[in-house]
Design a protein. Structure first.
Length: 232
């Protein structure tokens, strides 16, 4: 069995594993149990009452967190002409076309999000085998295939995150850093849960939000009451 460190043992003692906490309590506990030497990421894991094998029960979308994630994302944009200039003015880190695609095919991956104008999908589409498995392929559903480049780049830089249910029916997203004020983490948490609740597929039956857990990178999971998480 893996050895459990003293800090983690102490952190576990602060969490009642059988209790469903209110969001504010959960966030405060996560901050208190984040004892690593680096600024830990605060993550939310939500188990949904959906069957991802069915197309009409897929859950996927985006949300702009009010206070961002605490990480500045490097944005790459496939565009030419005026749209390339628009991307540069909006703050994109890398802008180009075929030359960028060739770099990526050669193994270069020094970016976090890829955006493309619709007319450039012929270039970006060839990178499907590389970007697809990493969840980085430009996609209209996530707002990363668009002619409104200024808006797309601005949202990513402001804290836009993409969420997507996995094969096990679980969604994992970051909502900030342990160094964030508790109020900011709570607002980010609420913004994500509100959007996720509205994304419920019509084909879903029974309880949609089955379980919610919040945790820091090196800390224990804190269970949150699904009912209280989306209470108005």
């Amino acid at each position: 069995m893996p050895k459990i460190g003293k800090k983690y043992q102490e952190a576990i003692k602060k969490v009642d594993r059988n209790k469903l906490y209110e969001p504010a309590e959960a966030v405060q506990l996560v901050k208190e149990t984040a004892n690593a030497k680096f600024d830990e990421t605060v993550d939310v894991a939500v188990r949904l009452g959906v069957d991802p094998r069915h197309a009409d029960q897929q859950v996927r979308g985006t949300v702009v967190l009010p206070h961002g994630t605490g990480k500045t994302k490097r944005v790459l944009v496939f565009a030419k002409g005026e749209k390339a200039k628009e991307a540069e003015a909006a703050g994109a880190d890398y802008v180009g076309a075929e030359e960028l695609a060739e770099k990526i095919q050669g193994g270069w991956m020094d970016f976090d999000v890829a955006i493309a104008t619709p007319d450039m999908m012929g270039v970006a589409g060839k990178l499907g085998r590389i970007l697809g498995p990493r969840g980085m392929m430009p996609n209209p559903k996530s707002g990363t295939v668009t002619f409104d480049i200024e808006k797309a780049v601005g949202e990513v830089k402001a804290g836009k995150i993409e969420y997507r249910v996995d094969k096990a029916g679980i969604i994992h997203v970051p909502i900030g850093k342990a160094s964030f004020d508790a109020a900011k983490l709570q607002e980010n948490f609420k913004a994500f849960l509100d959007v996720l609740a509205k994304a419920r597929p019509a084909a879903t039956k029974g309880q949609y939000l089955r379980s919610i857990t919040v945790s820091a990178t090196m800390g224990p999971g804190v269970k949150v009451s699904p009912q209280k998480a989306v209470a108005k």
